[in-house]
Design a binder for this molecule. Structure first.
Ligand code: ZN
Length: 259
């Protein structure tokens, strides 16, 4: 499986890196994990057909994870896509995005390809093509929800990461976390070939400490703050101190990796 990290910055604007987005390529199948990076421009530049991506995972409503969705759909429309696009995420995120596309004049009757909205639930596995998605809920927005949910009942405070299975191998996309212990339901599934994880919302060593308790072969760090850029060696040292024995990779924008 190949992963192209379209953007590795966190929610802060970075002058050198884009917001979240990981393009997964597995044989003929393509999956975009979040859409905060300028995916439309990247796909055109790299000469991907307009049928890419086949599926899109939206973890939550922060703009650094979904702010480029309408621009991607507009691009796919104007590039004459015909293949369906399958979008997966929390139910309220699906509703909000569907509504937003209407507000952006991207009507289903206009764009020339169907969008299938798949509302997912934590712990409930969904098969799609060669992939199995098992979502898990994170506490990333729980604190905000405690302050604002009552005043804004129509806003979605869910955030879902995903355990992704493909040809017998397991991968995890963390989405945003409050703490890496929220990865536990996915980490307990068995051997994890690659953990694609954010590193913004908790002390760095907490990630390696949690991962060391499970069978994780590699960690691919994304969604990290500017002050961690080029600090690969320090992160590897922290991982070692926490007895994590897998590989540690600090990812850069637009770099494709076999994971
Ligand atoms: Zn977020």
């Amino acid at each position: 499986m190949r992963a192209i990290f379209l953007g590795t910055a966190d929610g802060h604007t970075s002058s050198t890196r884009e917001h979240s987005g990981i393009l997964i390529q597995a044989g003929e199948s393509t999956l975009l994990l979040d859409c905060g990076a300028a995916a439309a421009r990247f796909l055109l530049h790299k000469k991907f057909l307009p049928d890419v991506p086949e599926a899109l995972w939206l973890s939550h409503m922060h703009s650094d994870h979904n702010g480029q969705v309408s621009s991607l759909i507009q691009s796919l429309w104007l590039r004459a896509r015909r293949a369906p696009l399958h979008v997966f995420g929390p139910a309220e995120v699906m509703r909000a995005m569907k509504d937003w596309l209407e507000k952006c004049l991207l009507f289903p009757e206009l764009i020339g390809f169907p969008i299938h909205w798949h509302e997912v639930k934590p712990g409930r596995a969904i098969n799609h093509g060669p992939f199995t998605f098992t979502p898990f809920a994170t506490q990333h927005l729980s604190s905000l929800a405690s302050y604002f949910k009552r005043a804004y009942p129509n806003t979605c405070f869910d955030c879902y990461g995903v355990l992704l299975e493909h040809e017998g191998a397991r991968y995890i996309y963390s989405a945003d976390l409050a703490h890496p212990r929220e990865l536990t339901p996915a980490l307990e599934a068995g051997k994890i070939k690659a953990l694609l994880c954010e590193l913004t919302h908790f002390p760095e060593r907490e990630l390696f400490r949690e991962a060391a308790k499970h069978n994780v072969q590699s960690i691919w760090i994304t969604h990290y703050p500017d002050h961690l850029v080029r600090r690969d060696a320090e992160l590897k040292q922290i991982a070692h101190e926490e007895k994590f024995r897998g590989e540690v990779h600090l990812m850069h924008d637009k770099v494709a990796q076999e994971i």
